[in-house]
Design a protein around this ligand. Structure first.
Ligand SMILES: CC1(C)CN=C(N2CCN(c3ncnc4sc(CC(F)F)cc34)CC2)S1
Length: 495
């Protein structure tokens, strides 16, 4: 039955991480494209052996358990599971009903139903290690991403090259048809939401919800589907313990994909590699800060700068390194990105992200710097730095703008309490230097070119530094006419 050719067989048995990396590289160099089902079964098997049901004694206090052995992966086991997958998929489809080169919506729904029908009736969907075909074929369990991935792998088995994975920052679906112009839901999203499997991704894009990234989703090639598979590796054994072998393997695979340019258009995968490099920097490889920057550049270059996570990857890293001003600057950019969406009840994941930043991280920073006296004379203390204050206002402004025009409210009193707490900790002189103005409303409101359509307003640094730095905060309001939001404090040293 469906077996592997010598090209695949010669790698087995896999007896080391390097052997797995060699198999992946060989598949990525295969002119027929990488075999998604084969690679997902292999990586899922390794992850299962290294992380599931490990006898973790309470005394293991290292952040990563050291593996004595690498689990040998035998060809017979992989081939048996692969044959089972091929048989499941092919027996579920009467191929005589369909054209062989381009998928139809009916076929996409059919294949999604085949994957769906084999899932265990009810199980904890958010559990770890449910993302691979190994989990599907040995445990009949998949998470939301895993179902979408399995549908794409099934179409590869059926010989279709037009069905590809589409990824937003919290959802997955497929594209298919002539030049991938069609979209279809193939999995569920979140809890308590009716799945829309078979339907096109339509309304949500017009609703401007973050969940669908307004047409800026990552559309995968076969190789980028391998990047998604590798990015989805979960090295955790418990909440507090990771498998270092699995983490190192994920890192090596991501670098192999990076070297072949298969992370170029995939900001989250670049961010994931950055997180791995932070914990375990590989000599002579790009440092995590550069990877976070490349993720932001990729979002700007390929996705109209409409991805939020690249900025929260960077902000989270800077926060962990106590580089608080830079962290606030990254979070302000993240809020500006999210301000371009309308909040929808299915956007909880990004809501939780901003909730933690606004109501946990920023108050913690403000508390921790309250008795700061920076040794560096040129560095303004956080609470005396007008640029920080302006960036904080930009952060809150972005979240307010996100809420404007949304079907669901974002902010509640707790947000206001934390915001007032944080802003009020800034030195009063800093607050005096900030002039907030609002430009005209939406473009259609901008017909009046009255000269009070203010351009950027400048904010000068405090007296400590003689150089004036032009920090501007452009207030943006969606619907109001242009008006000065705050009185302008004329200070003596205005030039
Ligand atoms: C800055 C953060 C909080 C750190 N980790 C973040 N991740 C965001 C989600 N992650 C991802 N990493 C690679 N690819 C994908 S595709 C996807 C949506 C899912 F439904 F398919 C999620 C995701 C990995 C981890 S965002």
């Amino acid at each position: 039955m469906a077996g592997f050719r010598d090209r695949e067989k010669q790698h087995f048995p896999l007896e080391s991480s390097q052997a797995v990396v060699d198999l992946f590289i060989d598949q990525l160099e295969n002119s027929d494209g990488p075999n998604l089902a084969l690679l997902s079964i292999v990586i899922g098997a390794v992850e299962n052996k290294l992380t599931v049901n490990r006898n973790v004694s309470a005394t293991t206090d290292r952040s990563r358990i050291l593996e004595p052995i690498f689990p040998v992966i035998e060809l017979s086991m992989v081939e048996a599971l692969y044959t089972k997958f091929v048989t499941d998929v092919k027996s579920g489809v009467d191929m005589s009903l369909y054209r062989k080169d381009i998928a139809t919506r009916e076929l996409v729904k059919r294949v999604s139903d085949i994957i769906w029908s084999r899932l265990t009736r009810s199980y904890y969907k958010d559990k770890a290690h449910l993302q691979s075909l190994y989990s599907y074929l040995t445990g009949n369990k998949l998470d939301c991403f895993g179902v979408a991935f399995a549908v794409v792998a099934a179409f590869q088995v059926l010989g279709y090259n037009d069905v590809h994975l589409a990824l937003s920052e919290d959802h997955a679906w497929v594209v298919f048809g002539e030049n991938g112009s069609e979209t279809a839901e193939v999995t569920w999203h979140g809890k308590g939401n009716e799945d829309k499997r078979g339907q096109p991704v339509g309304l949500e894009v017009t609703e401007k919800s973050w969940l669908y990234l307004c047409g800026q989703a990552v559309i995968c090639t076969r190789e980028m589907e391998v990047s998604a598979m590798v990015s989805g590796i979960n090295p955790s054994i418990t909440v507090t313990l990771d498998s270092s072998e699995m983490g190192n393997l994920q890192q090596d695979l991501l670098w192999a994909l990076y070297d072949k340019q298969h992370l170029k258009k995939y900001p989250m995968a670049l961010g994931n590699l950055g997180d791995l490099e932070e914990v375990n920097p590989i000599p002579n490889r790009k440092p995590c800060k550069v990877l976070y920057a490349e993720a932001i550049e990729a979002s700007k270059k390929f996705y109209n700068n409409q991805h939020v996570y690249p900025y929260t990857y960077l902000g989270g890293y800077l926060y962990r390194k106590h580089q608080y001003k830079a962290a606030v600057m990254a979070w302000a950019e993240a809020a500006t990105v999210v301000s371009g969406f309308n909040y929808n009840r299915q956007d909880e994941e990004i809501y939780k992200e901003f909730l933690e930043i606004a109501n946990d991280f920023i108050p913690n920073i403000v508390k921790s710097v309250s008795n700061e006296n920076s040794s560096d004379p040129l560095k303004l203390p956080f609470l005396r730095d007008p640029e920080v204050y302006v960036k904080l206002l930009q952060f809150y402004d972005g979240i307010c703008e996100w809420e404007e025009g949304s079907s669901t409210p974002v902010l509640h009193i707790t947000w206001a309490h934390h915001m007032v707490f944080s802003l009020s900790k800034f030195d009063s002189r800093v607050r005096e230097f900030v002039t907030v103005t609002s430009e005209g409303g939406d473009s259609e409101d901008n017909d009046d070119d009255s000269d009070d359509q203010t351009d950027e307003k400048e904010t000068r640094r405090g007296s400590q530094s003689d150089s004036k730095s032009r920090t501007s905060l452009r207030g943006r309001r969606k619907s109001q006419t242009s008006d000065k939001v705050k009185n302008e404090k004329q200070n003596g040293d205005n030039d």
